[in-house]
Design a protein around this ligand. Structure first.
Ligand SMILES: [Zn+2]
Length: 81
């Protein structure tokens, strides 16, 4: 998995988790399964981000905010290769 896929997947998982939280705000019937799924989604989003959102050359983590840019800020190599 490259850093672009990792970024999209972690964002996607986080969005689903936020959607689940929205369902959890419905006060009748608190659903334990939904709580577990929400926590699992957040953990997987974080895990994908931490494990795969890295420079393909030096394996240093890319900045989590904003677009990482064309080149790695640590080793200076192009990220797309
Ligand atoms: Zn690098």
């Amino acid at each position: 998995m490259n850093y672009k896929k990792a970024r999209i997947i972690s964002l996607f998982l986080a969005l689903i988790a936020m959607g689940c939280i929205w369902f959890l705000t419905v006060p009748e019937d608190p659903n334990i399964l939904l709580i577990v799924v929400t926590i699992a989604l957040f953990i997987s989003a974080l895990a994908v981000h931490l494990i795969f959102y890295k420079c393909p050359h030096c394996r240093k983590r890319l900045p989590s905010r904003g677009y990482p840019g064309e080149t790695c800020r640590k080793c200076g190599k192009k990220l797309d290769s």
